[in-house]
Design a protein around this ligand. Structure first.
Ligand SMILES: [Cu+2]
Length: 289
């Protein structure tokens, strides 16, 4: 294949895939990707229509050699083309209304509260995350060396209460197609249900200070028995010296300078990664800074 053809193929593939979202890992995320597809189709229809009419006009009404007129084309004044005027006013209004209603439906699906499942309190702080399981008395606090990992049962709703200890942060797991701000003093609640077992990397998505980049996190979805075994191991670890129960979980504010994250912890935090991190990362994730 020649260089020119390769370039054309590359540009075509880039354009064709530029609007694609990654497949969502949660039930709620499907509402987002469905909505995205609807917007994309609407945009493609409008774009196709506009470009088609422009191309048609350029070719069909181009100036020909036989044309000896002064150059000005016939002008279509709005008052002379009432049907046209009505069409290009109502068309866009209907499209926007349709997209607005579809967005409301999608929001309803995303914000739906489901029965059953587990509760997790998520606290963002400069510069890590704390995940508290109030029903089990387990707390996982990320440190500057080991990012926090939230372990959840796959296929069950996870009820999150999100807040921040200091400044605005944002809970963001890219493959969940979902992001929500953590605002001090204003807890927010949302649910998600992870469809497939795996480890999903996330990060703070609100610039919150010099070490904002340290605010990585992982959500690991496992089977119910694995989840319960993990909870038991965490509850056991919390009782031993140097491990975190809720009381000893508070981070050192303004913690100092070394970069966050061991290589393995970071590897498990790669968005979309499906490799399950080792048990040792989980355990050390629960220790105090
Ligand atoms: Cu942050």
């Amino acid at each position: 294949m020649s260089a020119a053809r390769k370039t054309v193929a590359l540009v075509a593939i880039t354009l064709a895939t530029a609007g694609c979202l990654p497949a969502s890992a949660t039930t709620e995320g499907h509402a987002v990707s469905d909505l995205w597809t609807i917007f994309l189709i609407a945009a493609a229809i409008v774009g196709g229509l506009v470009w088609g009419l422009i191309t048609l006009s350029i070719i069909r009404y181009r100036r020909r050699k036989s044309d000896t007129s002064s150059g000005e084309a016939a002008q279509t004044v709005a008052s002379h083309a009432l049907p046209l005027e009505i069409a290009w006013t109502t068309g866009p209004i209907l499209i926007v209304l349709f997209l607005f209603v579809m967005t409301l439906f999608a929001l309803q699906r995303i914000d739906a509260r489901e029965a059953g499942g587990i509760n997790v309190q998520v606290d963002a702080f400069r510069w890590q995350w704390r995940f508290t399981y109030p029903d089990a008395g387990v707390t996982v606090t990320g440190t500057r060396d080991v990012i926090a990992e939230m372990v959840v049962p796959v296929g069950e709703p996870v009820h999150i209460t999100l807040t921040s200890d200091d400044v605005d942060h944002s809970f963001y797991v890219p493959v969940f197609l979902f992001k929500r701000d953590a605002i001090p003093g204003h807890p927010t609640q949302f649910d998600f249900t992870v469809d497939q077992p795996g480890s999903y990397g996330g990060q703070c998505a609100e610039f919150c200070g010099v070490y904002h980049d340290r605010m990585l996190l992982t959500v690991r979805a496992v089977t119910r028995p694995e989840y319960e075994a993990w909870l038991t191991s965490q509850a056991g670890a919390a009782g031993s010296p140097g491990a975190s129960g809720p009381a000893s979980a508070s981070p050192a504010p303004g913690a100092t300078a070394t970069p966050v994250g061991s290589a393995s912890a970071r590897a498990s935090g790669v968005p979309g990664s499906s490799a399950a991190p080792s048990g040792s990362a989980t355990t050390s994730g629960a220790t105090t800074p």
